[in-house]
Design a protein around this ligand. Structure first.
Ligand SMILES: *Cc1c(COP(=O)(O)O)cnc(C)c1O
Length: 351
């Protein structure tokens, strides 16, 4: 008997998440993981670590609450928002319950569900890449969680307006929870749905320091919800999910000075994004450039050779072929000015 047979059936059958390959090289343009092109350096004071950290670090929560405009009791800190995605399923879904997700979107919703043995029902975005509220309404039987990614990964667009999320919250009331993943909200030309938290007890918002704050290596995310939901989540989150140094660095990033630095970097990235979009539109190997409200851009290519051609020149972008029907497509993270220029030069020379 092979040892694999001891694993749960759904894990044996699971198609795992393939993370962007880890490359530690300064001459590679890493435009494949939606990380911030800008990173600040943080210095920790000398400290002993023989004590466990605070389960939910109160100073960090206070600072994120102030940043987000909510109360401390609306916040749970997790190991990246990826942990939040899965924790919600653990807390709300029996094995007979379902979640809804709206592809093309972040694959972790489906993978977390499959890992836990929960059915993930796909309600694709409509032809304008918008969340299909009517179809979701028809599919709500047995659904506990509806995951909406806004702005959406990998398409980069806003899949819902605030009004549309509110409609969804009303439709779902008393039945299902709407989870809005706002990992890229800082880059978007819209407001957050945070103001709906007071009115709708079935709303949960996922946030992270991995993107706009340039702290993907830190692994720090936030789940925002009503205090009742936060209490439920605290019952089942791992003990001490936030290591002491993680909380310390996150606190530094969330001082008013830290937030200002992030806001400046976001403005720079938005301007780099907008000029990169215009330049990509000039590249003859590119069929379509999608608009973006995030720090990345989805494109379709005429040839399936472009992605490996770029990789051979140390320019990494993320293959998304399969996400948009038959199209050959890729997601390009907005990089530094230098990396973006390197990319455009290479694309111009492709034939
Ligand atoms: C990057 C990303 C996350 C955040 O992941 P972390 O675990 O916080 O690093 C969440 N949702 C989406 C859609 C993302 O692209």
């Amino acid at each position: 008997m092979s040892i694999e047979k001891l694993a749960r059936k759904n894990i044996q059958n699971l198609k795992p998440y393939v993370a962007a390959s880890y490359i530690n090289s300064t001459d590679t343009a890493l435009l494949n993981a939606n990380e911030s092109a800008f990173g600040e350096q943080y210095e920790l004071v000398l400290q002993a670590y023989n004590r466990y950290p605070e389960g939910q670090p109160s100073e960090l929560i206070k600072r994120y609450a102030q940043y987000a405009g909510v109360l401390a009791e609306n916040i749970l800190v997790t190991r990246g928002s990826d942990e939040g995605i899965e924790l919600l399923m653990k807390v709300f879904c029996e094995s007979s319950d379902k979640i809804i997700y709206c592809p093309p979107t972040f694959v972790m919703y489906r993978i977390a569900a499959e890992t836990l043995g929960i059915q993930a029902q796909s309600i694709p975005l409509d032809e304008n890449l918008q969340v299909d509220v009517a179809k979701i309404e028809q599919a709500l039987d047995g659904v506990k969680l509806i995951y909406v990614c806004n702005p959406n990964n990998p398409t980069g667009n806003l899949t819902s307006t605030v009004d549309k999320i509110e409609t969804l919250l009303k439709i779902a009331q008393e039945k299902s929870i709407v989870v809005v993943d706002e990992a890229y909200i800082e880059f978007a030309n819209t407001v957050s749905v945070i103001n709906l938290l007071k009115k709708y007890p079935n709303l949960i918002i996922l946030r992270t320091l991995s993107k706009a704050f340039g702290l993907a290596g830190l692994r720090c995310g936030f789940t925002l919800a009503s205090p009742n939901i936060i209490s439920l989540l605290i019952k089942s989150v791992a003990p001490y999910p936030v290591p002491t140094p993680v909380a310390a660095i996150a606190e530094m990033a969330l001082t008013s000075e830290g937030v200002k630095i992030t806001q400046r970097n976001v403005e720079k990235l938005i301007s780099l994004r907008n000029s990169l979009i215009e330049q990509l539109k000039q590249c003859s190997c590119i069929k379509k450039v999608f608009n973006s409200d995030a720090n990345f851009i989805l494109v379709t290519f005429f040839s399936d050779k472009v992605i490996s051609y770029l990789a051979n020149q140390n320019i990494m972008i993320r293959d998304q072929t399969g996400q948009l029907g038959e199209e050959i497509c890729a997601r390009i993270t907005v990089g530094t000015m230098d990396d973006n220029e390197k990319l455009i030069k290479a694309l111009m020379l492709f034939n």
